[in-house]
Write a protein that binds this ligand. Structure first.
Ligand code: MLT
Length: 264
């Protein structure tokens, strides 16, 4: 489906009824990343997955920033008639969930922060992103996919599930170059959200893949310990794309979390 909001069209999927849960995909994926969740969590919630600006069927035009992604989301929620939602963001989706909390917190029912962090880029990461921007512009999305796919999936998935790695690579190589470059620049410029964590007063679940090469379990623990009353779940045998690699385990912890909201 397509929603019109502000200056862009947003492609999205919307299934089920009940408390809305909005799924924010990582870089450089699209909303199909969440297919294993939408199929399974539909019994718990109205599950909505938009393509972020520049990805999938959503317009790839500037400006790109975490604040802009958050404002796109607020406009999108208006367009699809959602006042308040559980936000489930993985990696870059988590950066956006934190930006949304900063700008539109009255619209957040609860948070799932998966394989993500509150801290900004290190100098080393900034350098890697500059290199990736050059590669995207000169050699296209397939070359970016070749570079990104390694760190995105865990060792167990690489060894036992090569078809899944291929499916993810296929998603990555279809990302528009403007969306890739825009997202990289937005991530590079994102502020430190550490100071924001103490203000989070909605139920929050932090999730991390035990084999995540981008966000360590210690990073996830630091994020979780900054949010009062939050819980950490570690997904065994999964890397950075924990929901995609181990959907049954991920859906179990997120499904239980969504179900628990009905009693709070
Ligand atoms: C993502 O999965 O969204 C990216 O790996 C995030 C990042 O590079 O910081």
């Amino acid at each position: 489906m397509i929603a019109l909001t502000g200056d862009i069209e947003i492609g999205y999927d919307d299934v089920g009824v009940g408390t809305p849960a909005v799924f924010l995909h990582p870089f450089p994926c699209d909303r199909t990343f969440w297919a294993p969740q939408l199929g399974a969590l539909v019994d718990h919630s109205r599950c909505v997955a938009p393509d972020l600006r520049g990805f999938g069927e959503t317009t790839a035009s500037p400006p790109f920033s975490m604040d802009q992604y958050a404002d796109d989301l607020a406009g999108f929620l208006d367009a699809v008639g959602i006042q308040k939602a559980v936000l489930c963001g993985l990696s870059m989706g988590g950066y956006i969930a934190l930006a949304f909390w900063r700008r539109h917190r009255h619209r957040v029912r609860a948070l799932v922060l998966a394989d993500t962090r509150a801290t900004p880029d290190t100098d080393e990461t900034l350098g890697r992103r500059r290199q990736l921007i050059d590669i995207a512009r000169s050699r296209g999305a397939a070359a970016v996919a070749d570079m990104q796919i390694g760190p995105l999936v865990g060792k167990s998935t690489r060894e036992r599930n090569p078809e899944l790695v291929d499916a993810l690579h296929h998603m990555l190589e279809n990302a528009p170059v403007d969306g890739i470059v825009g997202a990289l620049e937005a991530m590079m410029a994102r502020p430190d959200s550490t100071g924001l964590l103490a203000s989070i007063d909605v139920p929050t679940l932090v999730v991390v893949g035990a084999e995540d090469a981008i966000i360590s379990e210690d990073d996830a623990r630091r994020l979780q310990s900054g949010i009062a009353g939050s819980r950490l779940e570690v997904i065994a045998g999964a890397g950075h794309t924990s929901s995609f690699e181990r959907p049954a385990a991920f859906n179990h912890v997120v499904g239980s979390f969504l179900a628990s909201l009905n009693y709070q």
